[in-house]
Design a protein around this ligand. Structure first.
Ligand code: DNO
Length: 401
């Protein structure tokens, strides 16, 4: 294929039948591999081989491959260690067997309790007229203290933060508060996590229910649950030739009193030291790691290079007060040329025929993205621009390899 990078396979996240962006459009912009999941199957149920295979064939009929599964989600009960967890782990294993039987070998998951990625504003306008995703720390505190009314939350914030949050909550008013719930839960979690709530009050009730079993959860216990899961699943994955690739926490660090354990060098060091199986891999999400300014993202690539099974290229700009927004792919906290170079060094080390799948993660809304429906962060043109930028950067750097 023309347009083909030597060491990197260009992939694209597609949400299947509910995605307004069609496979033929994706193919026409030089994408080789699709990243998707059986999004309609409730979390915890087995993915049937026939359904996996028919989706695979649909993608292949458009001249591409289904390269990465993102995600095969982990049921909450595995994360909090509930009574059904071993049964749910067995279901997970059966899904892995069915995926492997259909040729799928890279499987993304995350271990964030209750809530996956978090943004408080999906329409932050930049001076150039584009719209990006934004995380405003104080709005998240408002969500926690005044909407969720989480027990014990007040003691976790200093008085001046609580006062600021109260003023902000009053300024938002009831409509603003409902819009915040819509953003934090319904829009950002709904399409990836099958959250079916469509009204803010339902969504909040569901959230409270999900939070309850995590009372007193600390990072060590959560890690213990991840270990329990991986000890069961990794030997099977090894036998099947599957690499599980855990996604970084987004944003890294505790939220809503819940620990997060995949956010920095210390976390990754522990994960791979305690579970050294080669099937224990990483989805290197540059944007997620970059939302903690203490992370040196290029250093993380170098340190854990051999664990990386899949790359998400993206960058954020942090604003020093806990806020961040999604910067252009060549802007923000990530030194993208240095990061890509570190990745190419690793892929070359793996051998001449190895190519690592990469997708650009999220994208600004630009041009006709405003006229077309899409999941937050996944517009056509903004991502296409990012893909073009990243492809050019990689093609240039590959000359040295
Ligand atoms: C959001 C995504 C996440 C990610 C999962 C992986 O845009 O980056 O939802 O896919 O955390 O399990």
């Amino acid at each position: 294929m023309e347009n083909r990078l030597k060491h990197i396979e260009k992939t694209w996240r597609w949400f299947g039948a509910t995605d307004s962006i069609r496979l033929e459009e994706i193919r026409s912009i030089g994408v080789e591999g699709i990243v998707t999941a059986l999004h309609h199957i409730p979390n915890g149920e087995v993915w049937p081989a026939e359904e996996i295979d028919s989706l695979r064939k649909e993608i292949e009929s458009h001249g591409m491959h289904w390269t990465v599964v993102e995600s095969l989600p982990i049921h909450e009960e595995i994360k909090w260690g509930g009574p059904r967890r071993d049964e749910l782990v067995l279901n997970y294993i059966r899904s892995l067997e069915n995926l492997a039987a259909c040729g799928l070998k890279t499987v993304v998951y995350n271990f964030m309790p209750v809530i996956d990625w978090i943004r408080t504003d999906l329409h932050h306008r930049l001076p150039d007229g584009s719209e990006v995703l934004y995380f405003r720390r104080i709005d998240f505190v408002v969500f926690d203290l005044f909407i969720l009314e989480r027990e014990g939350a007040a003691t976790e914030y200093p008085p001046e933060v609580r006062d600021e949050a109260r003023r902000r909550y009053q300024a938002l008013g009831p409509d603003g508060a409902a819009a915040l719930v819509d953003t934090v839960i319904i829009r950002t979690q709904g399409f990836i996590d099958g959250i079916s709530a469509s009204r803010p009050d339902e969504a909040v009730a569901l959230f409270r229910e999900r939070l309850a079993p995590y009372r007193d959860m600390d990072p060590d216990r959560l890690f213990g649950h991840l270990r329990h899961f991986l000890e069961a699943v990794l030997p099977v994955a090894e036998r099947l030739g599957i690499r599980l690739a855990i996604h970084a926490d987004d944003p890294p660090g505790p939220v809503l009193g819940l620990p997060r354990i995949v956010g920095n060098e210390t976390d990754l060091e522990r994960l791979f030291r305690e579970l050294p199986s080669p099937a224990n891999g990483l989805t290197f999400c540059a944007g997620s790691f970059s939302a903690d300014p203490r992370n040196d993202v290029t250093r993380l690539v170098r340190r854990f290079a051999d664990r990386i099974g899949f790359i998400h290229l993206r960058s954020t700009r942090t604003l020093g007060n806990g806020d961040f927004y999604e910067a252009g792919h060549l802007e923000g906290n990530v030194d993208m040329p240095a990061l890509v170079k570190a990745i190419l060094e690793e892929v070359r080390r793996r051998g001449p025929d190895v190519r690592l799948p990469m997708r650009v993660d999220h994208g600004a809304r630009i041009l006709s993205d405003f006229q077309r429906d899409h999941h937050p962060g996944y517009p056509l043109l903004g991502r296409m621009k990012a893909l073009a930028e990243m492809s050019g950067l990689i093609a240039g750097l590959e000359r040295e390899f």
